[in-house]
Design a binder for this molecule. Structure first.
Ligand code: ZN
Length: 81
């Protein structure tokens, strides 16, 4: 069965079409990938379309289960406990 949710870091999303659950991920309240909340830490950025054609970047979080590229996170130098 196809999961309705994917990693929000993929592509640029139309904010008008995002379900509530996706906003929780954009705000860093849930894992950007699976929507879980265990061991959240900075996980890069997701993007939504802006009305003027640009993009809005969101600092999202990823959970301990989905964490896939810690090097990219370390390069930002904002690792917090
Ligand atoms: Zn996750």
């Amino acid at each position: 069965m196809a999961a309705p949710h994917t990693d929000l870091r993929t592509g640029t999303h139309d904010p008008l079409c995002l379900p509530y659950e996706s906003w929780r991920r954009l705000y860093g309240l849930a894992c950007v990938r699976c929507g879980g909340g265990r061991g959240l830490r900075p996980g890069g950025h997701a993007y939504t379309q802006h009305l003027d054609g640009g993009r809005l970047g969101w600092a999202v979080r990823i959970c301990a289960d989905c964490e896939d590229c810690p090097k990219a996170i370390e390069s930002k130098g904002e690792l917090t406990q």
